[in-house]
Ligand binder design. Structure first.
Ligand code: SF4
Ligand code: SF4
Length: 361
């Protein structure tokens, strides 16, 4: 357990699937050097196969007894897809755009496909996914090299690239498949919660750029933070697949009010909801029912009285209403430099030159 824990809450009612977050992350961290196929942040359509393909069926995590479960390492070509590019220069010559490889699979391949029958009961919604910076990370437990660590200062889970030998047990052990193998470096890499931004008091790039303003970021123990209020006070934000036993620190406000179904004659079926509750329970556990009840009660209260602290929180009128970070905390803890996040970082051949960390005398 780390001293403090950063968390993110994503309101699925507001996600429009625009992928701005995906692009913000990709351009900042993963557009080169063997990371081309990686999406530390991806947004998938649910129900759908997701990214990598069928990640929920690839094992990892822990059973109820706390035992690490076997997992499968996805195949880059078949399960992630080989990234392709286009000959944009050819446009100037009036030629047709063609991809440089034949696309067979990729992130967002099944965008907006969903389930059900149009127009009677079809539905889908978007789930943005990043590493959950779990309290009990399956990736960390499965690494035989002790190369994955959780920062005491804020609970961010990182890979020590000097120790990593690219065995990929972490990929098998993560039930969310949020660790990626870099074939150029022969190391694994993952979302770093934009810790260099966080340490300056700025939210991760995905959250900063989010068009739908669905993402709230802060410390879970800060009772005034939006994440604390949504997770602990109102209990409307829930972890994804908590049954996999890793105690994730990314939480979701479930889709609350989908349109009603139509009967065979095209009439509205009053009181119906297109999103089957069993699907929501599969993702968020049975707690989802209580969360939806609270959200609906607050919506009704707002209609009646014009007031609801919870809805004001979720609307997030301004950017500053979504993030509560504290660069002074990092400054105080590290006297302008960070205390070593992990002493191994200071001895690795690639990290000895990094001056931002305090070195032990
Ligand atoms: S989501 Fe996966 S990669 Fe991220 S901390 Fe949890 S187990 Fe590790
Ligand atoms: S930027 Fe925000 S609204 Fe757009 S896909 Fe990402 S999470 Fe959803």
């Amino acid at each position: 357990m780390s001293k403090r824990q950063l968390a993110m809450v994503m309101d699925l009612n507001k996600c429009i699937g625009c992928q701005t977050c995906t692009v913000a992350c990709k351009t900042q961290w993963t557009n080169r050097n063997g990371r081309e196929y990686m999406y530390w942040n991806n947004v998938e359509t649910y129900p759908g196969t997701g990214y990598p393909k069928n990640w929920m069926e690839l094992g990892g995590g822990f059973d109820a007894a706390g035992d690490l479960q076997d997992g499968i390492i996805p195949n880059i070509e078949a399960d992630y897809g080989v990234p392709w590019d286009y000959n944009f220069d050819a446009l100037a010559d009036g030629k047709q755009l063609t991809p440089n490889v034949e696309p067979t699979w990729g992130p967002n391949w099944d965008e907006d496909e969903g389930a059900g029958n149009f127009p009677n009961d079809n539905y889908f919604f978007y789930i943005p996914r990043i590493c959950n910076h779990c309290t009990n990370p399956g990736c960390l437990s499965s690494c035989p090299r002790d190369a994955i660590f959780k920062r005491d200062i804020d609970g961010v889970v990182l890979v020590d690239l000097d120790r990593c030998q690219g065995y990929r047990y972490c990929i098998a052990g993560c039930p969310y498949k949020k660790v990626y193998f870099n074939p150029k470096l022969s190391k694994t890499e993952k979302c770093i919660f934009c810790f260099p931004r966080i340490e300056q008091g700025l939210p991760p790039a995905c959250a900063q750029q989010c068009v739908g303003r669905i993402r709230f970021v802060g410390f879970l123990d800060d009772v005034n933070s939006q994440v604390h209020q949504l997770v602990h006070k109102y209990k409307v934000a829930l972890p994804l697949r908590a049954d996999r036993g890793t105690s994730p620190n990314v939480y979701y406000i479930p889709p609350t009010e989908a349109p009603p179904k139509f009967d065979a004659e095209g009439n509205v079926i009053e009181g119906s909801n297109r999103i089957p509750v069993e699907e929501l329970e599969k993702l968020f556990g049975t707690e989802v029912n209580g969360a939806i009840k609270t959200l609906k009660a607050e919506m009704a209260k707002r209609k009646e009285t014009g007031k609801s602290e919870l809805l004001d929180l979720l609307i997030a009128y301004s950017h500053s209403d979504m993030f509560r970070l504290d660069n002074n905390y990092y400054k105080k803890e590290g006297s302008n430099k960070l205390a070593p996040v992990d002493n191994r970082y200071l001895s690795g051949k690639h990290t000895q030159k990094i001056t931002r960390f305090l070195r032990s005398k």
